[in-house]
Design a protein around this ligand. Sequence first.
Ligand SMILES: Nc1nc2c(ncn2[C@@H]2O[C@H](COP(=O)(O)OP(=O)(O)OP(=O)(O)O)[C@@H](O)[C@H]2O)c(=O)[nH]1
Length: 195
Amino acid sequence: STTTNHIRLMVVGQEGVGKSALIVKYLTGRFISEYQSDFDWKYSYQTNIEGEQVHMEIIDSLTIDDTHIVWAEGFMMVYDVTNQDSLLKIEQIKERLDSVRSTKILTMIMVANKTDMEHCRTVSREQADALAARLSCGHVECSACGPEAEVRFAFDELCREVALARQQSAKKRERRRSSLSQVRQGLKMLVQTGK
Ligand SMILES: Nc1nc2c(ncn2[C@@H]2O[C@H](COP(=O)(O)OP(=O)(O)OP(=O)(O)O)[C@@H](O)[C@H]2O)c(=O)[nH]1
């Protein structure tokens, strides 16, 4: 069911980048350092974003399977600032999402995690910004064990992107509907005038 305030999100990224840590921080405000990661988790959460009540469902999945890719409306692509491979993995994941969703618009945001480990950073902000520009998506930095506001901003930003994508596709549908009705109108007049 897709009502205006019902949003389905999926958090993806290389193993160990902190997907579960970010989700739990967002939902509870707490950093829990170890999670059981041998199951798929689906969280259900009610929140308020800019005065709007939002019911969110968030998938933290072990594998990125097709059913989940089709199910989700928004994707949070997480990488770890101390791990170059995790940034490269984002490109691979994007290709996989594109191949499954082919015709559907992909709404996504790139999230850098573990910024508290600045001394071990191997991925520069500029390098990740360049990838985000190439993938045409937003990019935010945070830490699951840092300020809650940063993590909250990342999830809220993705929800705003999803809401924007919905508005744009509703406008597109409306434009298509109105040009179809103009064509029908024109055909009707042609038939009536016999020309
Ligand atoms: N320093 C630091 N450690 C973090 C942060 N986020 C997660 N971790 C640690 O990174 C490890 C992996 O975190 P998870 O949340 O399990 O990562 P995941 O991406 O869900 O991992 P999988 O479920 O195995 O794919 C754990 O030891 C966490 O405590 C962070 O922001 N800073």
